[in-house]
Design a binder for this molecule. Structure first.
Ligand code: KG4
Ligand code: ZN
Length: 321
C-alpha cells in the first residue's frame, strides 16, 4: 500500500493506493473557503492550514482504508511545483512517517501526478497518448510515451487555463475558485452572446491573458444592474472561448504528431463543456481532476524511490523542472 500526501496549493490530501492502482482511500480537505475572502490562495495562510490538517487527513485516509501505518510500504509526496511553504509541510510529514517506520520515500512531481490520475482504477489509459494538462497553475500539451515519462509539446505563454477561469470569475463577481462557478452559471447563459477572441500563438502554445482583458473591458462597459442581467451570458461565452482554444490546440497537436489517443487531466478537465467537447478523449475521473493524493500515490508507482534514510535532506521546488 502506498500512502500519498499532497499539499502543493490549497488542498490538504492523503490517499492509500495499491501497487495495482486501486484506491483504498482518498481524502481531500479543501481550504477554498478560507481563501475565498481574499479572492485567491494566500501562501502563508495555506501553509499554516496544511500544518493543522495534514495529520488528521492522513489518519482519516488510514481509517477510510481500514488499515494502520503497518500496511504502508512506501510514502509518496508532492515535491513540486507549487507553493514552497505549502509543499514543505507535506514533505516534512512524509519524511517523519517514512523515517519512523524505516520506509522508502517517493518524491513526486505534481504534473506527473495529474497524468497518473489516468492510471487509477479498473480502466486505466495506456500510453502512448497525447495529454492536455489544464489546471490552475499549468496548461501543457504532453506527449506521454510511457508511464512516468513525457515530453512537453506546448505550454501557456501567460495565464494557465484554470487561472483564466478564476480571473474571469472574479471579474464577474463570482466566488473563488471560479472554474466550477463559471461552469455552473454557463449552463443558464448563451455562449454566442459575446464573441471573445482567443490569441492565436505560433506552435502548440497557449495564451489566455488577452481573453481576460477582453472580458474586463466588456464588463466595465456595463452598469452593475446590466452586469447582473448578463452574467450568465458572459460566463457561457467566456467558457466557450477557453474550451475552443483548448480543444482546437489538442486537435492540432494530434494532427502534427499523429497521436491516436487523447487524454485530458487537471482541474479544468472537470469542466463539463470541455468534457463534452472531446468525446474521443480519455478523461481523468471527475474526482481525480482537481488536486488529490490518489494521483500522487499513483504516480509514485512509476517514479524513483529514495531509500531510508537518504530522503531526509529532500527539498521542495516551486517551478516546473
Ligand atoms: O489541478 P487543480 O486542482 O490545481 C492546480 O494544480 O492548479 O486545478 C485547479 C483549477 C482552478 O483554476 C479551478 O478554477 C479549475 O481548476 N477548475 C475548473 C473546474 N473545476 C475546477 N475549471 C473549469 N471548470 C470546472 N468545472
Ligand atoms: Zn494540480
Amino acid at each position: 500500500m502506498i500512502l500519498g500526501i499532497e499539499t502543493s496549493c490549497d488542498e490538504t490530501a492523503a490517499a492509500l493506493v495499491t501497487g495495482e492502482g486501486e484506491v483504498a482511500a482518498s481524502v481531500v480537505s479543501s481550504q477554498a473557503d478560507l481563501h475565498a475572502r481574499y479572492g485567491g490562495v494566500v501562501p502563508e495562510v495555506a501553509s499554516r492550514r496544511h500544518l493543522e490538517l495534514v495529520s488528521p487527513v492522513v489518519n482519516e485516509a488510514l481509517h477510510e482504508a481500514g488499515v494502520d501505518l503497518g500496511a504502508v510500504t512506501k510514502v509518496a509526496v508532492t515535491q513540486g511545483p507549487g507553493l514552497v511553504g505549502a509543499l514543505l509541510v507535506g514533505i516534512a510529514a512524509a519524511k517523519a512517517i517514512a523515517w519512523t517506520r524505516r520506509l522508502p520515500l517517493v518524491p513526486v512531481d505534481h504534473l506527473q501526478g495529474h497524468v497518473a490520475s489516468l492510471y487509477i482504477g479498473d480502466d486505466p489509459v495506456e500510453p502512448p497518448f497525447l495529454c492536455l494538462l489544464a489546471s490552475g497553475g499549468h496548461t501543457l500539451l504532453l506527449d506521454v510515451r510511457e508511464r512516468g515519462r513525457h515530453a512537453i509539446l506546448g505550454s501557456t505563454l501567460d495565464d494557465a487555463a484554470g487561472e483564466a477561469f478564476d480571473k474571469g470569475a472574479r471579474l464577474l463577481g463570482l466566488g473563488y475558485p471560479g472554474g466550477a462557478e463559471i461552469d455552473r452559471l454557463a449552463r443558464e447563459g448563451d455562449p454566442a452572446a459575446y464573441d471573445f477572441p482567443v490569441a492565436r500563438v505560433p506552435g502548440l502554445d497557449f495564451s489566455f491573458s488577452g481573453l481576460k482583458t477582453a472580458l474586463l473591458y466588456a464588463v466595465r462597459a456595463l452598469s452593475p444592474a446590466e452586469l447582473e442581467e448578463r452574467r450568465a451570458d458572459f460566463a457561457a461565452s467566456y467558457q466557450r472561448a477557453i474550451v475552443r482554444a483548448l480543444v482546437s490546440r489538442i486537435h492540432e497537436a494530434a494532427e502534427q504528431t499523429g497521436a491516436r489517443r487523447l487524454a485530458v487531466v487537471g482541474g479544468v478537465a472537470a469542466n463539463s463543456e470541455l468534457r463534452a467537447g472531446l468525446p474521443e478523449a480519455a478523461l481523468a475521473p471527475l474526482r481525480y481532476c482537481t488536486d488529490n493524493a490518489a494521483m500522487i500515490a499513483s504516480a509514485a508507482r512509476y517514479a524513483e524511490v529514495v531509500a531510508y534514510p537518504r530522503y531526509l535532506g529532500l527539498d521542495a521546488y516551486a517551478s516546473a523542472v
